[in-house]
Design a protein around this ligand. Sequence first.
Ligand code: PEP
Ligand code: MG
Length: 612
Amino acid sequence: MKTTERGTSRSPRPGEVRLEGQPVSSGVAIGYAAIAHDPEPPPIDTARHDCDPAHERVRLHEAITRSTAQLRRLHDRLALLPEDGQVEIGSLLEVYRRMLGPSRLRRGIEARLGHGMLAEAAVQLETEALAAFMLSPPGRPAPEGEDAVAARRRAGEFREIGRRLVRNLSGTPYRSFSTIPDGAILVAEQLRPADAALIDPSRIAAVVTEEGGSTGHTAILLRALGIPAVLATHGLLARIGRRTRLVVDGTTGQVIIRPSTRTAAAARVEVAAYARERQALGRLRRLPARLSSGEVLTLQANLEIPAELPMIAQSGAAGIGLLRSEFLFMNAETLPDEARQEALYRPLVEAMAGDPVTIRVVDWGSEKNSDALTQAGIGTGSDVNPALGLRGIRLLLRHRALLETQFAAILRAATAGPVRVLLPMVSSPAELHEARETYARVGRRLRRRGVDIPDPLPPLGIMIETPAAALMADVLAQEAEFLAIGTNDLTMYTLAADRAATDVAGLYDPLHPAVLRLVRLAADAGLRQRRPVSLCGEMASDPVAVPLLVGLGVRSFSMHASAVPRVKRAVRAAAMDDCRRMACRALEAADGPEVSAMLLAYAATLRHAGDG
Ligand code: PEP
Ligand code: MG
């Protein structure tokens, strides 16, 4: 008997049963269920106010030390994980590590201890208060769409670090996956991101949970680890026992309990196909990004935080095409000075071992936020429409000391390897000119002081992410030494559709011919002025879109490191003539869906042709 159900609970019985959950990480697996339970920490007395603050502070301090050590051990495991997993887990561990440092969370907990609270209670109440603040900030409308997703994720991070501290305060151990048999399918009511980070993808065949959603950190981590996973599979636990056989399809979200012989055989065929696909992608890393017609492209990686570095180094990326320096300011309480910035840039440049690193000066404003800048009195001014207000280079030219400090730190670090300096949100040649004068002045000042910096100064380039910059690219390229097309913002500003708003998500389409025409203008301007042009928006990670961008004249792409192998496969299968033909048709198309249909049809003709 086969049934397809969603979420009702009935007692287990023999026969094949199909449930549907949320598919979060593709791939098919077949194996026996291993059900994981967590030991619960003892209940917390939040009403007590008679504790000795000094004693509780010592306990808190010890719990922080233990938590930090656990996070460090998790971090040490990063190198053992597949590269895709290293980025997501590394980023998350970095967030937790910062929270345990001199953070708002720490200050809040310590203030509560001052009122005689038990450390466990102070941690629980403070993390809950911060999570609640994220979900509905007082005096502001509750976040919606993408903002709501980000707020839920941030709230989850506070709760997670709170749970870790409480466990360490009460001596309650974490669940261990070490006893789970090899090849088993991990089943749990819920899986926290830190649990996901402990999973060894070479041992666990798949993950299924009753709770969770596709945009949370756990889902992101499981995707990054490459483990087939289905979350929110309601009613699963009521139907299975230890060693119940399961088939998990992380692409469709189907979980099959006690598969029939025929179902199991079909699943085994799919498991083998998935393994072949991963192996093929792995082999690609060492091959060049050469079109089937012979032209060689450059594929680089974007870097958001330093923890992504190991993954970039192994992804086959030829350097960092976009280092978003916002991470320096994001969770910081004070502005990082020249020495601190240099200390962060230098190891990144060194680690790339001769491959270039493009460092973008801070692009603060619009949806990006920074406590450190706000506290230093550097506001973006416009509440009305922040995306159209003081952002990127506009803000930096207004707060020149910030720009000068960052230029100086980058110039000092640039003796460690090839560096390029990138200006965000340029919309007029005057901005570039002013920034270039500042850059040269900072260079002269450092030399006068006897500081070792490269001569000539590293190339100074601009983002092409406003329609004005794209339309003026030929003029800008006379003074900019390179152009980096940012299709994320270029799409937003061209189509007047916010990149983060769900209600206009249908209008936000980087394949809209209006956006493509601007990309073409920028690529042409670079070619005519002999300036290198790269593209570093999310579009560069899309293997289906990249052949079209090649046809539009772009030869260098910077993307999320995990996307490099798939993009390389698409590139190696494509031929320049086809790319150019598609570009001509796309520029004449009426809308994005028409372009998308053409690209998908082309991709279908190439499937897997670039593996060899
Ligand atoms: C872009 O706008 O495409 C870009 C790469 O910059 P960011 O996403 O950081 O705004
Ligand atoms: Mg941008």
